[in-house]
Ligand binder design. Structure first.
Ligand SMILES: [Zn+2]
Length: 143
């Protein structure tokens, strides 16, 4: 015989009381650089103070908020590296010696993997062009 539980039946009231989705997770999400600490606010599991993600059985798993913070830190580090590889200034070379020094600075950065290779290529092409525009070497004095 199939039994159905009516909404006004005591069994139904018990089950809804045990699984009240208005009971929210008690976990406090720690503050981040962009957001203050806040409650989780997800519905708590039946008869427990925490939601699925914050239940004690999952405590030993990597914390998703911590993983997000680690990913954010890695992205910030990658952005800083990209910025450092493009943030490069050379003094304007006006003599052959200064041109040699500028080419040496670019070559040193290429060797140390501290410059974007496309930027290095453009800089070297520009320096080569500047070198062609300089007057030729003075003929050595014979005497
Ligand atoms: Zn939670």
């Amino acid at each position: 015989m199939r039994q159905s539980v009516q909404p006004d039946h005591p069994d139904h009231q018990n089950s809804t009381r045990q699984h009240d989705i208005r009971i929210l997770c008690a976990q406090i999400i720690p503050a981040t650089p962009s957001a203050p600490a806040r409650p989780c606010n997800s519905p708590a599991l039946r008869g427990q103070p925490f939601c699925f993600h914050h239940q004690p059985a999952r405590r030993n798993l990597p914390d998703r908020d911590q993983l997000r913070a680690e990913k954010r830190a890695l992205r910030a580090e990658a952005r800083a590296q990209i910025r450092a590889r493009h943030d490069f200034t050379l003094p304007t070379p006006t003599t052959r010696e200064e041109l040699q020094r500028a080419i040496g600075q670019v070559a040193t950065r290429i060797a140390a993997n501290q410059i974007d290779l496309r930027l290095a290529s453009r800089l070297l092409a520009t320096l080569e062009s500047a070198c062609r525009n300089l007057p030729p070497f003075a003929a050595p004095e014979v005497g």
